[in-house]
Design a protein around this ligand. Structure first.
Ligand code: CO
Length: 154
């Protein structure tokens, strides 16, 4: 069974979060699922739904989203990315059924990890980043979706 279960989101760095949200809403008809500040990652972010977790397409209970990222300061990972490369795709997030197990598997294979253990991500997910150096320059995020309400364990 593949380690990755779906494409969870595309993370896009932007300078003006309100403008970017409005563009994705009007151009593509997407709706905002959540907007939150993640101090640990130094971003304010917005998740726009492409396919919701209720449509039954994702075996692991997750959905698929566009994630818009605005840095809280210049001296943050996304702030440095914007200064160096401008607006654009910052990372790709993939669904996994168990983020800790996925990290252990990738570490066994010798891939460089940004995060050794899971941390808190959007929409209550547990997430971890894998270094772009071993993945063709693509910063890669593993996303274990929060279980749907009423589901425990696993
Ligand atoms: Co992300």
């Amino acid at each position: 069974m593949p380690l990755l279960t779906r494409i969870d989101h595309i993370g896009i760095a932007c300078r003006d979060l309100d403008r970017s949200i409005a563009r994705y809403e009007s151009a593509f008809g997407l709706s905002l699922a959540a907007r939150e500040v993640n101090e640990e990652q130094g971003v304010e972010e917005a998740m726009l739904v492409v396919a919701g977790p209720v449509d039954g397409r994702a075996a692991d209970g997750g959905g698929s989203y566009v994630q818009l990222l605005r840095p809280l300061a210049e001296d943050t990972p996304v702030g440095r990315f914007l200064a160096r490369r401008g607006e654009g795709v910052h990372h790709v997030g993939y669904g996994v059924s168990d983020v800790a197990a996925a990290l252990a598997e990738l570490a066994d294979q010798g891939l460089r990890l940004v995060d050794r253990r899971p941390r808190h991500g959007s929409l209550g997910a547990a997430i971890a980043f894998v270094h772009p150096g071993d993945l063709g320059g693509v910063l890669t995020e593993l996303v274990q979706a929060r279980p749907p309400a009423g589901v425990t364990g696993g």
